[in-house]
Design a protein around this ligand. Structure first.
Ligand code: UDP
Ligand code: MG
Length: 312
């Protein structure tokens, strides 16, 4: 029987928090009765610098409800960092941690399936959105485009998986070795290389409050998702420079032809050729500098070179 901790980041969630605690509590009681989780399991709420009564509610629930624990951050650090704070703290308390948004839009039925998969040996279990009917159209379309763009940039991530997942304590210990500052957990976790499983996650609507993921927060996340895992954009500059050189070669042929045929205006040939040639060299030079910066970037992140599965 595992000791489970759920971790939920909360940013201005006063409207939904009490009902979320209630729903998780009945789920916990059910899972304890079934013998799937131990009675000292817990739900951890991370207050991400809320400006409303969120922390007071967490404190209140903590005194009333034995499952509830709270972590209060000094200021708003964003969803990814708040999750990280919760996971890194809760890994000392539990065998496995499930991250789930405080609004419980994710499928609570999936939690039992995650625990079953964990019992069968998976160290990481991803909740994968099977239908996003409850998400607004714009969000669905932009998410889809984003996953595709990411894949084309060579970032390994699970399609339609947000941050609803189970991780074992071992997986969290490995994750703690990754020292990066720009967190994009969905890209990082597949790098751990542990045994994984997936369960279906049927998204429902927010029962109260509004989305805290503003457009600018989503864009930041999307940019992080690509720039933290791919240096391909830097190589594009080099390729562009090569393309420019190719064009200047074609223009060179055309210029020779014009000179031979006598149709060239004086001064034109040297001008047009040098524009493309110099442009090409400049792009290649910038790109080369960029590629070295890309190397420095990956060194600076200091990611572990390997994770050991077992030693016998
Ligand atoms: N959240 C957070 N810090 C932030 C923004 C959001 O901890 O700066 C939390 C929020 O309280 C919620 C989760 O992240 O538990 C997901 O946010 P939300 O439900 O608003 O996003 P959506 O479901 O619309 O993508
Ligand atoms: Mg939500």
């Amino acid at each position: 029987m595992i000791r489970l901790a759920t971790v939920s980041p909360c940013y201005n969630e006063e409207l939904v928090l009490e009902s979320s605690v209630g729903r998780l509590t009945s789920l916990f009681n059910e899972l304890i009765a079934k013998g799937k989780i131990s009675a000292d399991s817990m739900m951890v709420f991370v207050n991400d610098g809320s400006r409303d009564r969120t922390w007071q509610i967490i404190e209140e629930q903590h005194t009333k409800n034995k499952f509830v624990r709270g972590i209060n951050l000094t200021r708003n650090v964003g969803h990814q960092n708040a999750i990280m704070a919760g996971m890194m703290t809760a890994r000392q308390w539990a065998d496995a941690v499930i991250t789930i948004d405080a609004d419980l839009q994710d499928d609570l039925n999936a939690i039992e399936k995650m625990i079953d998969a964990f019992d069968e040996g998976s160290e990481i279990v991803y909740g994968v959105k099977v239908q996003r009917k409850a998400d607004p159209l714009l969000k669905r379309v932009s998410a889809e485009a984003f996953y595709k763009l990411q894949a084309s940039m060579g970032v390994e991530s699970i399609m339609n998986h947000a941050d609803f997942r189970l991780m074992s304590r071992r997986a969290l210990d490995l994750l703690s070795q990754y020292g990066e500052r720009n967190l994009y957990l969905r890209g990082l976790i597949p790098l751990l290389g542990l045994q994984t499983a997936q369960v279906d996650d049927v998204i429902s609507e927010r029962t109260a409050g509004v989305s805290k993921y503003t457009l600018s927060k989503m864009l930041t996340l999307a940019l992080n998702g690509i720039t933290s895992f791919s240096t391909k954009p830097l190589y594009f500059i080099v390729y562009m420079g090569m393309f420019f050189l190719f064009i200047s070669f074609c223009i060179g042929i055309y210029v020779i032809h014009a000179l031979v045929a006598g149709t060239a205006v004086p001064g034109w040939a040297s001008l047009i050729l040098s524009i493309w040639l110099v442009g090409g060299f400049i792009l290649i030079s910038i790109g080369t500098v960029g590629v070295y910066i890309g190397r420095i970037y990956s060194e600076v992140k200091g990611r572990p070179l390997y994770n050991i599965k077992e030693v016998i």
